[in-house]
Ligand binder design. Structure first.
Ligand SMILES: Nc1ncnc2c1ncn2[C@@H]1O[C@H](COP(=O)(O)OP(=O)(O)OP(=O)(O)O)[C@@H](O)[C@H]1O
Ligand SMILES: [Mg+2]
Length: 254
């Protein structure tokens, strides 16, 4: 079992090297090297303020790093914004879900990529096609909602999380980044989101999962990265480690 920071593997789908990011005098990221393998679930753990969200936000174009190189799908990138990352195939499910309460499930799933039907000189939203597509997307991931015509305001936290993930995957993402997807969820809803993550993996979608739940990380992930105070301090195979070992790595206890 090696906790040494290993070389980037040939099948890395998303990786970075030498990444630095400061906010004023706060150095949030120092010299970060990180990679996620294609088709794997890659977990990112660390205490509050360790830099996990900042790292994923740099990877998906929300933040512009001060220095460092990012590679996605064999090409050098820094994405200048999340739209660019999305077009390239990286979807992000942020903790404050970007669903619109007053729209229906189907409208949320097709937000910013609506299906349009031409009638003579007019472009009309094709609601029937979008409802049909929404039903297909939801059933592909075995997500249960009362109806795709339901406003998301009426849905539970777990259902909303599922819709966000479904929207990400529906866009044909190669990588889905989830920042604490189950932090606010109950036991059953957490189990549903975990089942969804497993299904993504079966469909060869790569997942990057930020989580404070080490049992969940051990259940779901293949590779675990540990951050402490803006640095990566370990990278281990989940199968080769234990919850106690992860606690020790996160806290720096020997
Ligand atoms: N937009 C910002 N402006 C200023 N400082 C920030 C900003 N975002 C993060 N920071 C700082 O950067 C450091 C890393 O924060 P980050 O949110 O990445 O931590 P985290 O590991 O995601 O923590 P948590 O587990 O609490 O979500 C912290 O010191 C935080 O205060
Ligand atoms: Mg965070």
């Amino acid at each position: 079992m090696s906790e040494h920071l290993s070389e980037r593997p040939a099948d890395a789908v998303l990786s970075c090297e030498g990444l630095q990011k400061s906010f004023g005098s706060v150095r949030a990221l120092s010299d970060i090297a990180f990679w996620a393998r294609r088709g794997e679930v890659t977990a990112l753990i660390g205490d509050n303020g360790a830099g996990k969200s900042t790292l994923v936000r740099c990877l998906v174009g929300v933040h512009r790093p001060d220095a460092g190189a990012i590679q996605f799908d064999g090409e050098m990138h820094p994405f200048s914004n999340p739209d660019e990352a999305r077009k390239a195939g990286i979807e992000t499910v942020h903790q404050n879900l970007s669903l619109i309460d007053e729209l229906t499930v189907a409208q949320n799933l097709y937000l910013n990529r609506e299906i349009v039907r031409r009638v003579g000189p007019f472009a009309l939203l094709d609601r029937r096609a979008m409802d049909k597509g929404a039903v297909a997307m939801l059933s592909r991931l075995s997500i249960n909602v009362p109806s795709v015509g339901q406003r998301v305001r009426r849905l539970s936290g777990g259902q909303r999380q599922a819709i966000s993930i479904c929207r990400a995957v529906g866009a044909g993402a190669k990588v889905v980044v989830m920042d604490e997807p189950t932090a606010a969820l109950g036991v059953q809803e957490t189990a549903n989101v975990e089942a969804l993550i497993r299904r993504l993996k079966e469909e060869h979608v790569s997942v990057i999962l930020v989580s404070h739940n080490f049992d969940q990380v051990l259940r779901l992930s293949d590779q675990v990265w540990v951050m402490r105070a803006g640095r990566v301090v370990a990278s281990v195979r989940a199968a080769d480690t234990t919850g106690n070992r992860l606690v020790a790595l996160v806290t720096g206890a020997h």
